[in-house]
Design a protein. Structure first.
Length: 101
């Protein structure tokens, strides 16, 4: 399915839900989902304008929590966060600092 049909909030919610399931039990692992979301976000060339600070920090946090580490994705999300740092709350910045890379 084409992930462009999903809003940034939907992608954030989906990745967070799967990350929580992954953390709750080792039997639930969805690397293909995380790979597809990462590739989708990496393919966007608009500076993630439609993504708010909460979606950016939640998606990065979800990937980290699920051990779905993609350095290219983290680099892109981090670059956007730095460019738009004035928009981030202290809570969202704290979530960024907990990402595993």
């Amino acid at each position: 399915r084409d992930l462009r049909a999903f809003t940034p909030q939907a992608l954030s919610n989906i990745t967070l839900a799967y990350a929580k399931a992954h953390a709750a039990t080792i039997d639930i692992d969805h690397p293909r989902l995380f790979d597809r979301v990462a590739e989708h976000i990496l393919s966007l060339d608009d500076g993630l304008q439609d993504f708010g600070e909460q979606e950016i920090s939640n998606i990065g946090g979800a990937f980290s929590k699920a051990d779905a580490i993609d350095s290219r994705l983290f680099d892109k999300l981090s670059a956007v966060a730095i460019d738009r740092q004035d928009e981030f709350s202290s809570h969202d910045i704290a979530k960024l600092l907990r990402w595993k890379k």
